[in-house]
Design a protein around this ligand. Structure first.
Ligand code: G6P
Length: 611
């Protein structure tokens, strides 16, 4: 987490950096700061959002064509002005911004304290810049050499950018485990945690790799490794459009992203699926289809919403491919001693492609010989690059912290992979395969139709906006949807919500049900329909307030539930792509009515690059 921006060139650095930080605010918003070279190396920082920093800067002389800026998600030290980045070195001649964690910072700090250094903040970052300066002083070497030497001693994850009072044309950046993109303009360079601050100035970028150091000096970019081996910068063209990262008339990014889903799912299917000719192709996995069809087991690694997509995929792969699947929280998998056998295939699902636990879990699985398929949204992200093969979800940038369109795009990609493997394996009939292609092609239109329920869902939200607890229940393919619905609500409205398999309710949550408890059933017509109807009755018998997501035309449940939300009929394995939509809208409206910051909920970050 944390967003970082650097600029050197001919523009007003402050303008570029503040605009860039606002685009990166989804990565953290505890505090923000900027360093500029203007009659000295000046650092300005403030607790709170970038807008608070902006207010603080009003009236100051900030003219400068070089600078660095940071928006923070606190790891070491509480969010306040002092702990905000940038941090100065001991002499105040260097300033640094950092995303990540320096794990051995306390031993480095102690060494430096013994040498007479004193620190103003509680951060690991301040220790790093003191350490770099100390190395430079002791070795009388260049700053980039001091950075390199320091990084050989650092344990942890970092993306850093450093500037120096003594060199008005120099920016040094380095990464290990946290993303960094360098935008290459005409006599100007941009550095950022992702491409969104860069896109309006240039579409030529270099993605820095782990253990690489970029030195931008006097208009030239040089890259070397931490072992001092020179690298040739590989310039790539960005395909991101500026409008994709703006709100486009919506009140919140989350609502924009919910409403974009018919298009994002279409984008995900585009060029890959054509039901008329029976064509279903995913270029990224082509070479591995045989291996997948012969897999003894599939292991899915993910966190958060992506983990919920993994659960749906488990059910799908078992249904159509008859391959055993295990869905693992990446954070648990990486610290166990998991059994990964030859013949096991691993899927890593991640919107950002930067989640630290998922990345570490991939590395562990790789070290045990597994083949990794990435299902990522962010092109060129660390997980995409660490995978042997994979498919992008092509949902476009997702900026609201609560994941919506990335989830439905993940489900779309995973269903395509599943069908390709099932066809190869011969575990699906031609007729069923064809039916599924048609069904997938129709999903965007069904999502579109479901979005028309917005006004009805807003009214339901109004009824329940003051609830203190919510229960979400589903069975089969709708069980992960119940988990996702509960996660969406708690993330953005701070209402306690639990998702449960509907039948499992009897083993605990049923004790919570009284006339105050809203219970959302995802009860569309599928193979467990009758069973879930009984579960609804059990809740009714205890006076719970039932809100049910049902299939259009359902005659039974509307007579039992206080509110019913009717979604179009969809084949049951694909139903989660549609049945999740009302739950996204419900949590969105409740959060707005409660006055919550929907796009930037407290304590959360979009891209969790720390474990
Ligand atoms: C954070 C985000 C969630 C996301 C999870 C996993 O918690 O707030 O929306 O589901 O990370 O992120 P990933 O980028 O790996 O999908």
């Amino acid at each position: 987490m944390c967003g970082i921006v650097g600029y050197v060139g001919h523009r007003d650095a402050q303008t570029v950096i503040i605009k860039g930080l606002k685009r990166l605010e989804y990565r953290g918003y505890d505090s923000a700061g900027i360093a500029l070279l203007n009659k000295g190396l000046n650092v300005y920082k403030k607790k709170g959002k970038v807008s608070e920093l902006e207010e603080y800067l009003v009236g100051k002389d900030l003219a400068s064509t070089i600078g660095i800026g940071h928006t923070r998600w606190a790891t070491h030290g509480e969010p306040n002005d002092v702990n905000a980045h940038p941090h100065y070195s001991s002499s105040k001649k260097l300033a640094i911004i950092h995303n990540g964690i320096i794990e051995n910072y306390s031993s480095l700090k102690q060494e430096l304290i013994n040498k007479g250094h004193s620190f103003t903040s509680e951060t690991d970052t301040e220790v790093l810049i003191h350490f770099i300066e100390d190395i430079q002083d002791n070795n009388q070497c260049s700053l980039d050499e001091a950075v390199r030497l320091a990084l050989t001693k650092v344990v942890g994850a970092y993306a850093i950018v450093i500037m120096s009072l003594e060199d008005p044309n120099l920016l040094i950046a380095a990464r290990k485990g946290s993303p960094l993109v360098i935008g290459v303009g005409k006599n100007e360079y941009f550095i950022a945690s992702d491409a969104t601050p860069i896109i309006e100035y240039t579409n030529e970028v270099v993605y820095l790799n782990d253990f690489e150091i970029a030195v931008i000096n006097d208009g030239k970019l040089k890259i070397k490794t931490i072992e001092d081996a020179p690298m040739t910068p590989y310039i790539q063209k960005l395909e991101l459009e500026l409008e994709a990262i703006e709100k486009g008339g919506f009140d919140h990014f989350m609502l924009k992203e919910i409403c974009e889903q018919p298009r994002s799912i279409k984008d995900c299917l585009r060029g890959r699926l054509d039901s008329q000719s029976g064509r279903l192709v995913l270029g990224g996995i082509r070479e591995y289809v045989n291996k997948l069809a012969n897999a003894d087991r599939i292991i899915i690694l993910a966190c958060g919403t992506s983990w919920h997509a993994g659960l749906v995929a488990e059910y799908m792969f078992e249904e159509f491919c008859r391959i055993p699947v295990e869905v693992e929280y990446a954070s648990e998998f990486r610290y166990r001693n998991p059994i990964v056998r030859e013949g096991d295939m691993v899927f890593a699902i991640s919107q950002s492609g930067e989640t630290a636990d998922t990345l570490a879990a991939i590395e562990l699985a790789k070290s045990k010989g597994a083949t990794i398929f990435g299902v990522c949204n962010v092109v060129g992200s660390s997980i995409a690059r660490a995978s042997h093969a994979g498919s992008y979800t092509h949902a476009g940038p997702e900026i609201g912290v609560a994941s919506t369109k990335a989830f439905t795009a993940q489900l779309t990609v995973l269903s395509m992979i599943c069908l390709i493997v099932a066809q190869k394996k011969g575990t699906i009939t031609d007729q069923k395969f064809h039916e599924m292609l048609v069904e997938l092609e129709n999903i965007p239109a069904k999502v579109e139709k479901t979005l028309k329920l917005n006004d009805q869902i807003r009214e339901i939200a109004y009824t329940f906006k003051d609830a203190t607890n919510f229960l979400y229940l589903g069975r089969g393919f709708n069980f992960p949807v119940a988990l996702e619905g509960a996660l969406k609500l708690k993330e953005i409205s701070y209402i306690h919500a639990e998702g449960y398999p509907a039948a499992e309710m009897k083993h605990g949550p049923i004790a919570l049900i009284d006339e105050e408890m809203p219970v959302v059933f995802i009860a569309t017509r599928d193979s467990s329909y009758e069973k879930i109807v009984s579960n609804i009755q059990e809740v009714k018998a205890r006076k719970g307030r039932v809100i049910a997501v049902v299939t259009e035309g359902d005659k039974l449940i509307p007579g039992m539930a206080e509110f019913t939300i009717e979604v179009p009929a969809v084949q049951e394995t694909l139903m989660p792509i549609v049945s999740v939509i009302p739950l996204q809208l419900l949590s969105y409206h409740i959060a707005v009515m409660r006055g919550c910051n929907v796009d930037q909920p407290r304590n959360l970050a979009k891209s969790v690059t720390v474990e």
